[in-house]
Ligand binder design. Structure first.
Ligand code: URA
Length: 270
């Protein structure tokens, strides 16, 4: 057939385009044409008895319903009850309040050593982290490991987590609601790990943990104080995210400076 190969080529090109754009997940079983004209409302008969609604064709379960603040309060309440990191991970595994859980393959709770003096916090897992179920497993993670190695550290000495522990579909930025819902869990994770130093990897981690608005190019390399709910203060250093450094390799010297500052702090020289 003459037409078939070109149709296949066109479909393959379309698929490649979607994958390159980061669309690698189907949320519905059937495609939705969102450009189609909306169907005209059909008038409902006035006295019709109420009908049970047709089952939704969505294959994915839904997050627990409720206003984002209510769900965030529920998250805070559940996170507060965790007495260990293992308990916190189990609570998160059973938590249905964040819709990201239902599109993610795995919870990427943590990697590394929770007894370490340093805890590094990123924004959210990507495709590799989602597949493996641990933070910073892909190219960003490899660069992070090289940066840690320059100051004599590896993952047996540091603990790694993210603000949001489930991958947002297509690597989109987590919404403010998703962050608000997940924040009590990362806050409790920091409290339970109780590191001496927190390193915020990138602007979103710094802004969300420290409650600051400034961008990362302003805040990086400056020490802040992170306050846990139980009143402890942890020295916290924002630095550039490894994914940013992969895109802007010239900025690696700034990241290197920040890691040198961490080394000095670990040695009691800063
Ligand atoms: N980027 C992040 O912020 N976290 C990861 O785990 C991976 C990439």
């Amino acid at each position: 057939m003459q037409g078939a190969p070109s149709d296949r080529d066109a479909l393959q090109a379309l698929l490649d385009f979607h994958v390159e754009a980061g669309v690698d997940l189907a949320l519905d079983e059937t495609p939705n044409n969102r450009f189609a004209e909306p169907k005209a409302e059909t008038a409902k008969p006035k006295a019709a008895p109420s009908q049970p609604s047709a089952p939704s064709p969505r294959a994915l379960p839904k997050a627990a319903a409720g206003a984002p603040e209510e769900v965030a309060n529920m998250a805070r309440e559940q996170a507060r009850h965790a007495r260990s990191l293992e308990e916190l991970e189990a609570i998160l595994t059973g938590f249905d309040g964040c819709a990201l859980k239902f599109s993610a393959k795995n919870l990427a709770f943590a990697d590394g050593n929770p007894e370490g003096r340093v805890m590094l916090v990123g924004e959210a897992p990507g495709a590799d982290e989602d597949r493996i179920g641990k933070p910073f497993m892909g190219r960003s993670g490899q660069l992070l490991d090289r940066m840690l190695a320059t100051i004599g550290l590896d993952r047996t000495q540091v603990y790694v987590a993210n603000i949001v522990p489930w991958r947002p579909p297509g690597n989109r930025t987590p919404t403010p609601q998703e962050v608000a819902i997940c924040k009590p869990f990362i806050a409790r994770q920091i409290e339970l790990a109780s590191p001496e130093f927190v390193i915020c990897l990138g602007g979103p981690a710094a802004q969300n943990l420290l409650g600051i608005k400034d961008g990362i190019l302003r805040t990086r390399g400056r020490w802040y104080s992170y306050k846990t709910e139980d009143g402890r203060e942890i020295r916290t250093l924002p630095t550039l995210h490894p994914a940013y450094l992969l895109r802007q390799p010239l900025q690696k010297r700034l990241g290197w400076r920040d890691f040198q500052a961490l080394r000095r702090a670990l040695d009691g020289r800063e």
